[in-house]
Design a binder for this molecule. Sequence first.
Ligand SMILES: [Fe+2]
Length: 417
Amino acid sequence: MTRKDKPNTPEKRILIAEDSRSQSAMLSDILTDSGYAVTAAKDGLEGLQRLPEVRPDLVISDVWMPRMNGYEFCESIRQDEGLGDTPVILLTSLSNIRDIIRGLEAGADYFITKPYSEELLLSTVESILSSGQSQSRNDPKVSVETELEGVALNILVSPQTVFNFFRTTYENLLHDNHQLGRAKLDLKKLNDHLEEKVKEKTRGLEEEIVERKKAETALKESFENLRSTLDGTVRALATTIEMRDPYTAGHQRRVSELACAIAKEMGGSAEDIKGMEVMGFLHDIGKIVVPAEILSKPGKLNDLEFNMIKAHSQAGHNILKGIEFPWPVSAAVLQHHERLNGSGYPGGLKGPEIAHEARIIAVADVVESMASHRPYRPALGIEAALGEVTQHKGTLYDPDAVDACVNLFTVRGFVLT
Ligand SMILES: [Fe+2]
């Protein structure tokens, strides 16, 4: 109800005692907007001092304030000779029965629970102002005996005041219940909204996961395609060599298979083994520079011819060094005829100077060559081949690679095909 609604009603004066400036301003605004003349005091003491000057029709007081609290303020009003009948509303949390009894004893007429609804406040104010004076002081008091937390209490109160407290308690509860219902409804709406948001987000995430999986699959496919292209290229290169040197047909494939098996036996990863496969296939690629008649010459080679054959390591390195493999392919190709004691070629490298991969290829190459037929000699057989690498284990050949190779044939049943 606003001033506009009640233009002819003479202004009723309300004195507020409230220490919180924001709450005092809010209360003043609500009452002023409804056509009441409001005076605000910052606590009970100031309220009491301004009481004779304002002569309010109603006092609304907070309970907990510095200097003089709401109960003391109410008691002081009741003791005032001329203004003791002024109705008093206490603004309180009143969550405790002691607070209610203290309010009754102090002679308050009503209480309103904070935070209050504007509607409840104005309807209470209007109801009190229409009934006029406070019944708290004028009505006959009765002695009420009660027990609180095991302590017997005797309170002197007017029945009307007790009724008013009950009524306002009920109204406050009703209001709180209404607020609770509204809060529950708001919460439900919020929950529904949240659920929808979560579903939306989940849908978005699911779509993202599907997209990422697609991208991952495409990437994997592309990688597989590249790998397969690389495999094809490597095999094509190997075949090119074998076409010029038919007596060594299948040599590179078999070296590749044995080198992979040795690497696996030595605990190499899947990626290491893939590298060995490529290096095995390409280790003799440099033979492309050696004349075909020398490669397939059935008799003993002279020094010049042998030097031409030996050049294949460096030539293979030169062909491959510009290609960025994920494995040390060109180094392994360059070093696959190096020997641990420095007697190999082309660099005469010793021990740790020789790459791990080159040492494996060296063992696989020697074993495969000796076990197979060559233009200048028949096949010597796998036992002779294993005997050769075992005899020179640690001097010419890497001991771990030799052990792994021997183990493959003697224990695991590996066969060169
Ligand atoms: Fe070779």
